[in-house]
Ligand binder design. Sequence first.
Ligand SMILES: Nc1ncnc2c1ncn2[C@@H]1O[C@H](COP(=O)(O)OP(=O)(O)OP(=O)(O)O)[C@@H](O)[C@H]1O
Ligand SMILES: [Mg+2]
Length: 314
Amino acid sequence: MIEVENLTKKYGSARGIDDVTFTVEKGEVLGFLGPNGAGKTTTMRILTCFIPATSGKARVAGYDVFEDALDVRKRIGYLPESVPLYTDMLVPVYLEFVAGLKGVDRRDIKNRVAKIMDDCGLNAVSKKYIGELSKGYRQRTGLAQALINDPEVLILDEPTIGLDPKQIIDIRGLIKNLGGRRTVILSTHILPEVSMTCQRVIIINEGRLVAVDTPQNLTYQLQRSQQILIRVKGPEKEIISELSKINGVSRITAKENGVNGINAYLVELKKDMDVGNDIPPVIVRKNWSLYEMRPVGMSLEDIFIKLVTEERIH
Ligand SMILES: Nc1ncnc2c1ncn2[C@@H]1O[C@H](COP(=O)(O)OP(=O)(O)OP(=O)(O)O)[C@@H](O)[C@H]1O
Ligand SMILES: [Mg+2]
């Protein structure tokens, strides 16, 4: 549904995005994850025909974003980073106005607005002017205008930013329900949001893609460069020095002191090394006692930090 090939955007001599390639399948919800200035908004603006790329190709539903901009725009709903809303319009009036602009059939506009207000939880503010709305309701209104023409593709730039926790849960639920029939790209800084709402994640940093995968696979991939937590009873210094000698262990750190002299240590392993069988014999040989040994999972947060600070996966 969305194909992006070697897309590059330069703002003068400054980097926007650099050689970005990815695809999004029909009905997929894709998370776009990256720190400030990574290039999320830039990519989204190109996909929604707001700015031209410097080089590369982007197609939405088979239409080129440069050559067939009108066809692309018709099929896309876009929630920009900051939604330009008309502050002196009533919420439903604004939505009717946008529906008209987006070519919704005149006879359908009233029904369509009613349905979208319902879906986006806007009925409580149907008599309010946009200028009076709280941040959360503004964001909902932004989402409603993106959805008003029932677009095949939705591009949501940080849909939950600035919302309170309750609103975040509501909007996430809403977005999750959008998948299936629609193709969705959403950008976010909030990492759990990605595992909750997206089937695939793209991680972008300094304009370049650093990883494309399912949230589960990303977790798995990095778990292989693992960490193991062990609980051992014995002299701390010696434990650290003996276990550090095992081939494949990159680092061992004392984590916490437990009761009865049973202390926890985090053993960090070199990538793709499995030392699970090598740890217990050392402990037994030294007459210490092993109380626990288990792999430590990494959250998407850990992975994200690791990816953007250390390495590129492909
Ligand atoms: N209009 C512009 N003129 C010059 N540089 C720009 C412009 N817009 C974006 N940039 C630069 O392009 C890079 C990518 O910015 P972009 O807004 O796409 O990042 P982002 O991932 O959306 O970040 P954020 O999380 O802060 O919204 C940044 O280095 C930014 O300074
Ligand atoms: Mg942005």
